[in-house]
Structures are given as C-alpha cells and as structure tokens.
Design a protein around this ligand. Structure first.
Ligand SMILES: Cc1cc2nc3c(=O)[nH]c(=O)nc-3n(C[C@H](O)[C@H](O)[C@H](O)COP(=O)(O)O)c2cc1C
Ligand code: SF4
Length: 436
C-alpha cells in the first residue's frame, strides 16, 4: 500500500521497512560518506554524488544559461564530491526538449567556463569535485522543437504511438560519430569523465533491448548484437579520446514488456545487465552509475515519491519498496564487481535519513557512492551540513512532491518548487495559471 513519508524518527522508518519485509541499512555515523574514493587513478573527494537532473534551461545554442550556472554553482558550493551533469544531447534531433543542454562547437566554451567556475566555487577545501558529463540521444522521447519527434531503435507495441521512425544502421553510425565528437568537446571543456547514458527508455538502452530490430548489426535476439552499438561507442571514446574516463549510467532493468533486463513477467532479470557489466569490466570500466525503470512508463521505480504527477495513478507499492528494490539490486552488482566504483540512487524519499542509509551501504560495501537526485535540487548544501553537524536538516530536504518533474514535463525550467521557491515555486504558479 502506497503511503506518504510520515516517519518522525529513524525507529519509525526502520519499523515500517521491517513491516514490509526489509531490513533498512542505517548508520548514525555518516562519516563513511565523507571519505574519499578511488576510481582508477582518480581520487574522488567524497562519496556523495549529485545525480544527473535535467533543468531545461539551456540557452539557444544548447549551452549552460545563467540558470544552469546557478544550479551547478550551488552543487559545487554544497560540497558534493561528484557532480554528474544532467543529460546533454549529442545532436539537435536527439534533444528531449528545445532547452536541453547540447554540447557542440558553439556551446563548448560555455561548458568550459562553467567547469572552471564550478572548481573555483568548490565547498571542498582545496579539492575539486569530480565532473562527469552525461551524453545522450533521447530516441523515443526526442522533442527537439517542443513536439514529439520519436526516433526509435525497435518497435515496442506497449510504447509506440503511431508509427515512429526506426533509425537505420547508417543513422546509428552517424549518431555514434556524434558521440565521439561530443566526447572530444567534453574533454576539452574540462570534464573528468563521460557517461554514455543507457537508461530511462532513451536510445542507448532501447538498443540494448532491441530484440525486435530486424536486418541490423545493432539488434536482434542475441545480446552480442544488441550490445554492439553501446560497446563500440565505449571503445571508440576510450581509444579516440584519451584523457577522459568513460562511464555509464546503466538501467539494469526497465521493468516493462519489451524493455531491457526483464523476465517473462516483466520483473527484473539481471542476467544480461551482468553480462554487459562483465564486458565493460574486461574493457577497463572503473565507475558505473546504476538505475532502473523509466520516468515515462513507471516513474515510481526510478524515483519513489509521495505524490505522482497530476493525472497519474498512485502506485500500488509502498515507496520504501522502490527504495529497497534499487538498494538491493545495486548491491547485487557491487558484490559481483567489488573493484568497480558503483554509484547508487533513489535515496531522496528517505528525507533526512537518506545519508544515514547511504553511509551504512558504503560501510558494508553494498555501494561505493551515494547519489542524490531530487534532494540535490532541494538541498545542494547537504554535504556541508553532514561535514559540520553529522546530520541532514529535515527542513531542507526534498519532499518527493513531483513538482520539479511537473515543470520539466511541461517544458518549463526545472528545480525545486518547495525549497527554491523564489524561482521554481513561481514557475509552478505560472504553469498552474496556464491550466497545466
Ligand atoms: C526533474 C528530474 C530530472 C532528471 N534528469 C535526469 C537526467 O538528466 N539524467 C538521468 O540519468 N536521470 C535524471 N533524473 C533521475 C535522477 O537522476 C534520479 O535517478 C532519480 O531522481 C532518483 O533519485 P532521487 O531519489 O535521489 O531523486 C531526473 C529526475 C528528475 C526528478
Ligand atoms: S520539487 Fe523539490 S521537493 Fe518536490 S520532488 Fe522536486 S526536488 Fe523534491
């Protein structure tokens, strides 16, 4: 049964988890989150990650605008060890909306300038945050000019609206070249690492699942064919763009029919994701960010919440089940690949207790880094509070109201409507006044 978060003490929260059949890991001491981590040769200053969060606020050329800068400077001042930039498009056609960031020759210098400012503004004494850029093509969810313009990897009767255009192998080769160009630009703009986004229903994960793709070297029954585009892109960036770590945000199960990593009952089956991570390990991957589900089809899987988007039904499951699904699934991968630095996610529902749960998981080596998505919109200075007081302030955390998602779904600038009211609360009011 779904419930809003109403737990006043850690004991109440732990008890609820136990009623649902889970043992919620919890550590009163958050210091494991404040220790450094090593990914390959790189030292990451602490274990707190700002997860990628789209803000729909680029300028006309896809470059960071003043509002984008504001978001990222707040993250860096707040002391997170890793700032994982939101989804940045490889080309115009693959943008999820007209204001999605897009790295290209014209926008590169503004990304470089922002990265310099982020480093200067770091709340970490004498240490720079680790900067990752997430590169993507939105595939089925492309809306470059504000209207849906889907370009898909393979048909999926569950998701197809009308007859969307299927990208040919030649189209994919062209897109792959654009990933390489984007990677070079990202390295030149000062990013430490590049994430080939393969999650949340966008093009790359669709290709991993593309059993229905016919007459193509990039799809079909065999996983080798479905993995080919992703692994080729990974290899090419590693060899053609030296000096840039290559990572991925990988959706280990879409949890819908025809998606990646699901069994006949549409439940998670990690066999193929394990196989893929094994192949990435053979290629020397050092860092991985794990997620599940699709924000379009089953948003409660990837971001357990109190309140759904208007018009969406309240999920049947308790949000803690969603949190625990993600924790347990991530742990399976971390245990199987102990040398890989894995970032976990979906902690924001836990409010002020989220860092305690993250710290417990880091201590028990069930995850290497704890990532915060919505809570970073709401409370970017949480890491500093943890350093100073050892606890998170409940009056500053995300309350999982879905307001930020509501803004960006309606093509408005995105941020926290509750804790950053001056800008985003006002924006929500405008949206409501427009009857949306
Ligand atoms: C408004 C919004 C924008 C998001 N943008 C991205 C994105 O650009 N890339 C991505 O991988 N995930 C994105 N996510 C998912 C988050 O990174 C994260 O996985 C999710 O919110 C669950 O973590 P949390 O419980 O800490 O919020 C977004 C989520 C929200 C709510
Ligand atoms: S609007 Fe703020 S409080 Fe609501 S879900 Fe987004 S970050 Fe959390």
């Amino acid at each position: 049964m779904h419930e809003r978060f109403h737990y006043r003490t850690k004991d109440e929260l732990i008890r609820k988890a136990s009623e649902l059949g889970f043992t919620l890991p919890f550590s009163d001491d958050v210091s494991p989150l404040l220790e450094s981590a090593k990914a390959g040769e790189i030292i990451i200053p602490n274990r707190i990650v700002v997860q990628p969060m789209e803000g729909y606020d680029s300028d006309n050329e896809g470059a960071p605008s003043e509002l984008t800068e504001r978001r990222y400077l707040r993250y860096s001042a707040g002391g997170s060890g890793t700032i994982w930039f939101e989804a940045v498009a490889v080309n115009h056609e693959g943008r999820s909306n007209p204001r999605q960031l897009w790295i290209n020759r014209k926008s590169r210098d503004k990304f470089a300038f922002l990265n310099e400012r982020i480093r200067k503004n770091s709340g970490l004494e004498n240490r720079d945050p680790f900067l990752v850029i997430q590169i993507t093509h939105s595939g089925r969810y492309s809306k470059p000019d504000g209207k849906p313009a889907p370009r898909i990897a393979a048909p999926n009767p569950l998701l197809d609206r009308g007859t969307p255009e299927i990208l040919t192998d030649d189209d994919l080769r062209r897109i792959q070249d654009q990933y390489i160009i984007a990677a070079r630009l990202a390295r030149d703009a000062g990013f430490n690492a590049l994430d080939i986004k393969a999650c949340h229903g966008y093009l790359m994960i669709e290709l991993l699942a593309a059993k229905n793709r016919r007459n193509s070297i990039y799809g079909g029954e065999e996983p080798e064919k479905r993995f080919r585009f992703f692994l080729e892109t990974f290899d090419r960036i590693r060899y053609e763009v030296p000096g840039l770590m290559v990572t991925s945000r990988l959706g280990i199960s879409d949890m819908y029919r025809g998606g990646f990593g699901v069994d006949d009952m549409d439940q998670p089956d990690f066999t193929e994701a394990m196989m893929l991570v094994g192949q990435l390990m053979d290629r020397g991957i050092e860092l991985l960010n794990i997620t599940m589900g699709s924000p379009y089809f089953n948003p409660h899987i990837s971001r357990p919440y109190d309140v759904p988007l208007p018009g969406m039904k309240v999920p049947d499951e308790h949000p803690l089940q969603g949190v625990m699904r993600m924790i347990n699934a991530t742990s399976v991968f971390q245990k199987k690949f102990p040398d890989l630095v894995i970032a976990g996610t979906a902690f924001s529902y836990l409010r002020q207790y989220a860092p305690n749960v993250g710290a417990a998981l880091v201590k028990s080596r069930d995850v290497s880094l704890a990532g915060f998505g919505r809570n970073s919109f709401a409370y970017p200075s949480m890491p500093l509070d943890l350093m100073r007081t050892g606890r998170a302030d409940p009056s500053k955390t995300c309350i999982c109201c879905s307001g930020c998602t509501r803004l960006i779904r309606n093509l408005h600038i995105g941020g926290c409507v509750i804790r950053d009211k001056e800008i985003y609360g006002k924006e929500l009011k405008k949206l409501i006044a427009d009857g949306k």
